[in-house]
Design a protein around this ligand. Structure first.
Ligand code: TPP
Length: 564
């Protein structure tokens, strides 16, 4: 068997059903072996798109996403996608071709030091120097990507290793003494956590991306104790947004209630999150009176930014039920009443005394496609979607949280559609971001996936515009897109995808349910108000207690606007 066949057989052994990729010179032997393989291959139009597809495939299904690329420019095109997956703990295995071993280090045609380049943006990476190592390395790659805190692993395979003969077994032992993720929480730490929670009068639970694997454990814990629940951007769907104990998203564009709860709580139970700076704001003003209990599978996250008074390293599926057994309903009615008062005072609000606004489009989408998987690009539309279109199900709100990668949403929608056949995917996009991987319309068109792309087209790089309006004296520098945007409906049609430009509310109300019902790809380009802002907003460097409430302020009895 050739090395390239070993690669395909190992993928089969790991249950891989679909690979996203793009061929080229040094990965031709693998593509030749693929020709005879039962594994489906999705030909992407840019390798970055392929990585986002593989990443979203994992996020939506929990199964490792796989991407192929050739050496040099093909492999370097993966970098943004790998960094995106790395930041958001997504299990991806990337397989790249490289120049033959004798040419490595000679500036050969299409040579790049992919091992060196991708080290900082992967959980682990390999350069395979001997065909006999392939079964072991691929076994390890899948193991490392998918266990503990998930992450991307890159395997770089020189062309002559792909062409070399191999006649050994495909089974390989995993022997990684330096890599043994802690899954079972320490009993004493769990006991300490229970003591702290029992003593709390104003506790909150904050659930991050780690909660996507443990929605039942999170719900059971919250319902038994009565603790109010915040989900971060990465935690959306890990707790049902309609639930009475739900208080929304925290941080820079979090809800007033979530940020107030953080400021006034006396205990935070952090579950599978990393206290990202967009969540904490200025650390010294973050939850100043709180005891912090932090459960995470990755010990490196404990006390990285926010000091954990009670750290528990382990898998939420182990720790939460054990913690729950030590607790009963908490005596926190006063605190819950305070939270309800904030929720009633600060419901989601926006003004419709202007042309179509993004928020109402999202509410129409929620009504028409409440159960859809949602992917987003990055910008104002992403924050509006997080607040107005949170999914009820886990693994269903798929967004680039840590890296904030414009160009993620459209390929992610394709990856999610492959991961969950039969489910509708809504891609919420901005007119800026969607153009960063717009070529993937071709991939979408070819596979006729049930993806509705909703472009909230404000004609500007809206999030940048918002910062320039608020913090740069309205000096709008290089944000205008409208004069050179394509006609998005015609563009979609050029790719063989149904497209509509939508200018008003009536048209939106009619076209959204029709598009969802189609069961195939549709692009809706909503022309929305340019100067809308995402409120509340915690200015960069300020504390979450210093948020500007903006339009979320009740019409009556306005509170003073507090700025940094
Ligand atoms: C690849 C990349 N480049 C630049 C940025 C910085 N950035 C963040 S949001 C944003 C504007 C996005 O505009 P658009 O997609 O139109 O969305 P809107 O904010 O208008 O909803 C920019 C430029 C980024 N996040 N990613």
């Amino acid at each position: 068997m050739k090395g390239s066949e070993v690669i395909m057989k190992m993928l089969e052994k790991h249950g891989v059903e679909v690979v996203f990729g793009h061929p080229g010179g040094t990965i031709m032997p693998v593509y030749d072996a693929l020709y005879d393989s039962p594994i489906k291959h999705v030909l992407v139009r840019h390798e970055q798109g392929g990585t986002h597809m593989a990443d979203a495939y994992f996020r939506a299904s929990g199964k490792v996403g796989v991407v192929f690329a050739t050496s040099g420019p093909g492999a370097t095109n993966l970098v943004t996608g790998l960094a995106t997956a790395h930041m958001d703990s997504s299990a991806v295995v990337a397989i790249t071709g490289n120049v033959v071993r004798s040419l490595i280090g000679t500036d050969a045609f299409q040579e790049a030091d992919v091992f060196g380049i991708t080290g900082p943006v992967t959980k682990h990476n390999y350069l395979v120097k001997d065909v006999n190592d392939l079964p072991r390395i691929l076994t390890e790659a899948f193991h490392i990507a998918s266990t503990g805190r998930p992450g991307p692993v890159l395997v770089d395979v020189p062309k002559d290793v792909q062409q070399a003969e191999y006649d050994g077994p495909l089974e390989a032992e995993i022997d990684l003494p330096g890599y043994r993720p802690t899954l079972v929480g320490h009993a004493r730490q769990i006991e300490k956590a229970s003591e702290a929670i029992r003593a709390a009068k104003r506790p909150i639970m904050m659930v991050g991306g780690g909660g996507q694997v443990a929605p039942e454990e999170v719900a059971a814990f919250a319902h038994l104790t009565g603790i109010p629940v915040i989900t971060t951007l990465m935690g959306i769907g890990a707790y049902p947004p309609g639930d009475q104990q739900f208080i929304g998203m925290p941080g820079m564009h979090g809800t007033v209630t979530a940020n107030r709860a953080i400021t006034h709580c006396d205990l935070i139970l952090g579950a599978g999150l990393r206290f990202d700076d967009r969540v904490t704001g200025k650390i010294s003003r973050f939850a100043p009176n709180a005891t912090v209990v932090h459960i995470d599978i990755d010990p490196a996250e404990i006390s990285k930014l926010v000091k954990a008074h009670v750290p528990v390293v382990g898998d939420l599926r182990d720790v939460l039920p054990r913690l729950q057994r030590l607790l009963s309903r908490l005596d926190i009615d006063e605190w819950r009443a305070q939270i309800t008062e904030w929720k009633d005072r600060y419901p989601e609000r926006y003004k419709t005394d202007k042309p179509l606004v993004s928020q109402e489009v999202l509410e129409m989408l929620r009504e028409a496609a409440g159960d859809a998987i949602v992917t987003t690009e990055v910008g104002q539309h992403q924050m509006f979607a997080a607040r107005l279109l949170p999914t009820k199900k886990p693994r269903s709100f798929i967004t680039s949280g840590g890296l904030g990668t414009m160009g993620f949403g459209l390929p992610a929608a394709i990856g999610a559609a492959f991961a969950r056949p039969g489910e509708t995917v809504v891609c919420v996009a901005g007119d800026g971001s969607v153009q960063m991987n717009i070529q993937e319309l071709a991939t979408l068109s070819k596979h006729r996936l049930p993806v509705v792309i909703a472009i909230l087209n404000n004609g500007v790089l809206g999030m940048v515009r918002q910062w320039q309006e608020l913090f740069h004296a309205q000096r709008y520098s290089e944000i205008y897109l409208a004069d050179s945007n394509p006609d998005f409906a015609k563009l979609a049609e050029a790719y063989g995808i149904e497209g509509h430009n939508v200018f008003d509310r009536d048209q939106a109300r009619k076209l959204i349910p029709e598009a969802i019902a189609k069961g195939g790809p549709v692009l809706l380009n909503f022309v929305v108000y340019e100067a809308e802002k995402v409120w509340p907003m915690v200015p960069a460097g300020a504390g979450v207690d210093e948020m500007i409430i903006g339009d979320q302020e009740p019409e009556q009895e306005p509170e003073p606007v507090v700025t940094a």
